[in-house]
Ligand binder design. Structure first.
Ligand SMILES: Nc1ncnc2c1ncn2[C@@H]1O[C@H](COP(=O)(O)OP(=O)(O)O)[C@@H](O)[C@H]1O
Ligand SMILES: [Mg+2]
Length: 338
């Protein structure tokens, strides 16, 4: 197959995406595919250097740079046009966060009638939006922590007067724990709210769930074994997520079978409730009494060789290269059924 690996982008998770994209491209090449890496925010020269050789560009009529100002945002549109000209069988979306994960790139790929991996544009938008996700989860009677929402410009704090601490303050639509803070009093909460508003026009204030952190990957409507995440810091923050040795992972989690089954069952229901397809990962907090709360669903979870979903797949006997084939096959199958 001819496969475009979409990677990089201009989100805060750009660096992680470049690592994901390189690994995915390498494995797909090993699997016998023709692979071209495309950064949706790269200029032609940057695009060429990403692929380290001009070979890929032979015979491609690259769109003329027009008079649009050359800012990174407008490059998304141009590079989607470029991908269209490359006539790939599928686009493997290795972006993380921002436009690559919140439905914007998915909508552009839909407009260009290009098939791609991962959730579609509606599911991507819902999943990236914590407030909207909670509405869908509550409607499906799935467990999510009690929360309040502040919406700029009407961000009255009245409803927070009688709140009990600790609480977790987070921007509505970020990732990688950016702007997330655990707060223990009104003073800390106010500071955290102001900080979270720097990242989003909506802020979630959510009950802190003491306990352990677990995650369940989903592929082809099947769940992978739950993984326990034990970050060195109490919270699974940016450093613990991406710095080696900062987090211990238990694969599979050492938990009772009944809890594993409960997590897997909630994970698949969450995947369906948020209208996801192809693959995703559902994160949980689990209390001391084994009561699970859904933290969030990630439509484009980390996908480096050592990321959580590949790690869980390995525990289920699926190696990285085979996992990529499963994702591609499933994405193309889903399209056929539409
Ligand atoms: N309600 C909560 N109770 C306890 N810890 C939480 C809660 N919400 C978030 N956290 C901690 O913060 C991390 C990031 O929160 P999350 O909602 O997943 O945001 P992000 O989209 O930035 O990953 C979680 O992995 C967890 O460690
Ligand atoms: Mg998270």
């Amino acid at each position: 197959m001819r496969i475009v690996v979409l990677m990089g982008g201009d989100s805060t998770e750009r660096e992680v995406s470049l690592v994901t994209g390189d690994g995915v491209a390498r494995a797909l090449t090993e699997n016998g595919h023709r692979v071209i890496k495309i950064d949706p925010t790269a200029t032609r020269d940057e695009q060429t250097s990403l692929n380290k050789s001009d070979e890929h560009w032979i015979g491609i009529e690259y769109p003329e740079w027009d008079t649009l100002p050359l800012h990174r945002g407008s490059l998304y549109l141009k590079n989607i046009m470029l991908i269209k000209r490359l006539k790939p069988d599928i686009v493997f979306n290795a972006l993380h966060g921002g436009k690559g994960e919140n439905g914007v790139v998915q909508a552009m790929l839909d407009a260009a009638e290009l098939p791609y991996t991962g959730a579609g544009r509606v599911a991507s938008t819902i999943a990236m939006n914590k407030d909207m996700s909670k509405i869908y989860l509550r409607k499906a009677k799935l467990p999510t922590a009690k929360s309040h929402v502040l919406h700029r410009p009407d961000a009255s704090r009245k409803k927070l007067k009688k709140i009990e601490f600790p609480q977790v303050v987070k921007p509505n639509d970020q990732g990688s724990t950016i702007g997330v803070a655990v707060v223990n009093n009104h003073h800390e909460m106010e500071k955290a709210i102001m900080d979270a508003f720097k990242h989003s026009s909506k802020v979630i204030i959510e009950e802190f769930i003491a306990g352990r952190e677990m995650t369940v990957g989903i592929i082809q409507q099947r769940t992978l074994p739950p993984v326990e995440i034990k970050p060195n810091h109490g919270v699974f923050d940016y450093e613990c997520k991406y710095k080696k040795g900062m987090t211990e992972y238990k694969v599979p989690a050492e938990i009772k079978d009944t809890l594993a089954q409960t997590l897997q069952s909630i994970a698949i229901k969450t995947h369906l409730a948020l209208e996801c397809t192809n693959y995703s990962r559902v994160d949980f907090r689990v209390t001391e009494d084994d009561e699970p709360f859904i933290l969030e669903l990630n439509t484009l979870p980390g996908f480096t060789g050592t990321s959580l979903v590949p790690m869980a797949a390995k525990a289920a006997g699926i190696n990285f290269n085979a996992l990529l084939e499963m994702i591609i096959e499933d994405a193309l199958d889903t399209l056929k059924k539409e």
